[in-house]
Design a protein around this ligand. Structure first.
Ligand code: 3HC
Length: 722
């Protein structure tokens, strides 16, 4: 079969079947839309056609407009002439239309179905308008037709959350007219279409319906509430408000005026950086599973069916939970019965919390828990495909464990460590198994956080990396393959984050003002000091020392963290750190921090009195994040990540770097490498006398991009790594 298209086939019953064809998800490429338009014109004009059914090839209706087109056109990419014409032809052409929806109808896919005069779907179908996730809004009439089918309240919620609904809910709401088994879908849709043509079933023109819409007096408050909530929840985003504007125009002035407003709002949203950033993240997230030298050869992944987890602490129990949830059998090993029971109890409690949140039934949780077997010895280890070690960060202990594992596991068993700070090569130093040793670095809580860093050493075999990638996907994580270095990718690029914030405090800035700039001003889930309290100042000190040892020329030795440790203010776990915590762990600025700040400033020798240098929130953001970008550039240049976009995904999924900013490197590219380098050079000069030039000085990769006008996201070719 050729490229993206739509085909027309007319049956002896006089029903024309138009099939959208662009596997795997029948994305609406412009060629598909053009062909759909031509098929519709032909079907409407042919004498032998009395009704039309639109369906999708290969068991899927459509996942919407082809997102690749956005990336190519740099925004929009939709020909509004075709848009207006094909939706009008679907809805109000001479012949009635029915959508036969199998498996998924998302975005533009659902909008095609909405424009039809009736919709049937199969059990298990997902229907939704997730455009806001891409920084745009529905552009084929969804902002107008969805509220008219399911009511404004539900429609606004579906659009604002981007969350799809299932077939049952869709039927209940009236979004679909019937749910039909897959093998009966086309015959049922043909009959339905023929019946509309014969006048025995009504022909509905959704755009002109008002029966499901709330009266104006109710509708406007709903929209105002949605607007206020959106501004509160996502203060940096414009496109949800543009979407609400389009809905509102339709409610106040009718569907046709609403369509015009939708078109205007769509183009406006598509021109914003948010859209570019979110489309970048959409593709980058899918591309982390494509790794040079690993997935581009002939290797086939081996499925991981059974794993052993060493250590039932917070991390180990989380890893065990995520694995068991994915149908993997788990052996949980601990050193004594008490610890083992503690680990098993944690897994049980992780599952119970899913039950409480309505994510699974009690019965299903019981079945998942039954996949976990506790053990105190290595007896059953010969039956596992992979071991994940998650014990305390003690090199000697880990080395002894890996030596034991080599003896009791199969020779093809993957031996992995969840260490966040220790060199993976060192961990395996006392074994001969270097080719099957890999890092499997989870983020806490491991059963919830979506990222898995797969740390390969120069000895790890490609097959082991591939199998671990497969395991990561199986447990529903986004796996990112990284190289073996201090902090791996995420912790390494973020090491200047807290240090730059501490430097600002030593200069005289208020820590709470800094947190506010990063949290409210930039959109991180929390500021660096709140994060430090969450992680613990003791851990911060340990990690900081690691970086000081590895990169002494560019580390700011943060006095503030040392002083907090001396004062035993370790953060949330001790009830105070930068903030004071109440019994519910709610953080409040704490006046008793002042002497600690004062001592740190004095020790730094940088404080010149008063409130420090005048800095706007944007200055604070750049002062803290540009050194992070700089370290990200080193990580790219050293080949620690396979491609720069992997770093974008990793920073979004681990630290909560806002996806709508595109991840760390995309964000810097949208600002421009020249500006990033210029500011860093300015601070390097300013702090040279204090011995801190190295903390800011742009690395070669960044400096070259700034000089040559290239993008940081363009990466380095494999042969030219520095
Ligand atoms: N356009 C182009 N490619 C798409 C696509 C789309 N709308 N949706 C999915 N794909 C591609 C993916 O990039 C991937 O390609 P790859 O194999 O080369 O990496 C392939 O289809 C399979 O996708 P997934 O790996 O994500 O497969 P899953 O089965 O896990 O998920 C899905 C399928 C639920 C459809 C998920 O891909 C998805 O959520 N897609 C995006 C849906 C969406 O946002 N639609 C709105 C588009 S914008 C729009 O319609 C504008 C309109 O209002 C005018």
């Amino acid at each position: 079969m050729g490229g993206p298209t739509a085909t027309l086939e007319v049956g002896s019953d006089g029903v024309a079947i138009i099939t959208l064809q662009n596997p795997p998800v029948n994305a609406l490429h412009p060629a598909v839309l053009n062909a759909l338009f031509n098929c519709l014109r032909e079907a409407h004009s042919r004498q032998d056609v009395k009704a039309i059914v639109v369906t999708g090839a290969k068991g899927r209706f459509s996942a919407g407009f082809d997102i690749n087109q956005f990336a190519k056109s740099g925004g929009g990419g939709i020909d509004s002439r075709i848009n207006d014409n094909f939706c009008a032809l679907l809805e109000s052409g001479p012949k009635p239309t029915v959508a036969a929806v199998e498996s998924l109808a998302l975005g533009g896919g659902l909008e095609v179905a909405l424009a039809c005069n009736a919709r049937l779907c199969t059990p298990g179908t997902k229907l939704g308008l997730p455009e806001l996730q891409l920084g745009i809004l529905p552009g084929f009439g969804g902002t107008q037709r969805l509220p008219r089918l399911v009511g404004l309240q539900t429609a606004a919620q579906m659009m604002l959350t981007s969350a799809p609904i299932n077939d049952k809910k869709a039927a209940k709401l009236g979004l679909v007219d019937a749910v039909v088994p897959a093998d009966k879908l086309l015959p049922a849709a043909r009959t339905w279409a023929a019946e509309i043509a014969a006048g025995t079933k009504p022909r509905n023109f959704t755009l002109y319906r008002t029966d499901k819409l709330e009266p104006l007096g109710e509708a406007l408050p709903i929209l105002e509430f949605a607007r206020a909530e959106t501004q509160k929840r996502a203060p940096h985003l414009t496109h949800p408000l543009l979407c609400l504007d389009a809905i509102r125009t339709g409610i106040e002035e009718g569907g046709l005026a609403g369509l015009r407003q939708e078109s205007f709002a769509f183009n406006k949203a598509a021109s914003l950086d948010t859209h570019k950033a979110l489309v970048h993240i959409f593709f980058a997230q899918r591309a982390t599973k494509k790794v040079r030298g690993i997935t581009d050869g002939g290797l086939k992944p081996r499925r991981i069916k059974k794993i052993a987890v060493l250590g039932g602490g917070l991390m180990g129990s989380g890893i065990a939970t995520a694995s068991a949830l994915a149908g993997i059998d788990v052996l949980l090993k601990e050193v004594n019965q008490k610890f083992l029971e503690g680990g098993l109890a944690r897994i049980k409690s992780n599952l119970a919390s899913r039950v409480k949140k309505g994510k699974m039934t009690q019965e299903a949780a019981g079945a998942v828990f039954a996949r976990v077997k506790g053990t105190l010895d290595y007896n059953d280890f010969c039956s596992v495909d992979m071991v994940i070690e998650a014990v305390i960060e003690d090199v000697g202990l880990k080395q002894r464990i890996f030596a034991d594992l080599e003896k009791c596991c199969r020779p093809d068993c993957i031996l992995s460590s969840n260490t966040s700070t220790i060199d993976i090569t060192l961990i395996g130093a006392k074994t001969r198994a270097a080719d099957r040793i890999v890092g499997a670095h989870f983020f806490s809580p491991a059963h919830i956080m979506p990222l898995l860093e797969i740390v390969r050493t120069d000895k790890t075999s490609p097959q082991v990396v591939l199998d671990t990638l497969e395991y990561g996907s199986a447990i529903k994580k986004t796996p990112v393959v990284v190289g073996n270095c201090t902090g791996f990718a995420v912790n390494r690029v973020f090491f200047p984050y807290t240090q730059a914030a501490c430097l600002l405090v030593d200069l005289g800035l208020d820590p709470y003002k800094i947190d506010m700039a990063i949290y409210a001003g930039f959109g991180m889930p929390m500021g660096p000091f709140r994060l430090s309290d969450l992680v613990g100042a003791d851990i911060g000190l340990h990690v900081g020392k690691n970086f000081l040892d590895s990169f002494p020329e560019r580390t700011y030795p943060a006095n503030l963290i040392v002083k907090l440790n001396e004062a035993k203010r370790l953060g949330e776990k001790t009830g105070s750190g930068f903030y004071a915590y109440d019994a519910k762990r709610k953080a409040k600025p704490d006046p008793s921090l002042a002497p600690i700040v004062e001592a740190s400033r004095k020790a730094s020798g940088l404080y010149k009195g008063g409130k420090g240098p005048a800095m706007s929130p944007q200055d604070i953001i750049e002062f803290i994040f540009f050194p992070v970008v700089n370290e990200g550039c080193r990580v790219i240049a050293e080949g620690i990540v396979d491609k720069p976009a992997d770093l974008d995904v990793a920073t979004v999924l681990s630290m909560g770097f806002p996806a709508y900013r595109g991840g760390l490197i995309k964000w810097a590219d949208l600002i421009g490498p020249a500006r990033v380098a210029e500011r860093l050079n300015g601070w390097a000069a300013q702090f040279e006398a204090a011995g801190l030039a190295g903390f800011f000085k742009p690395c070669d990769y960044l400096a070259n991009a700034a000089k040559n006008g290239t993008q940081l996201g363009a990466g380095v070719s494999p042969g030219s790594r520095m």
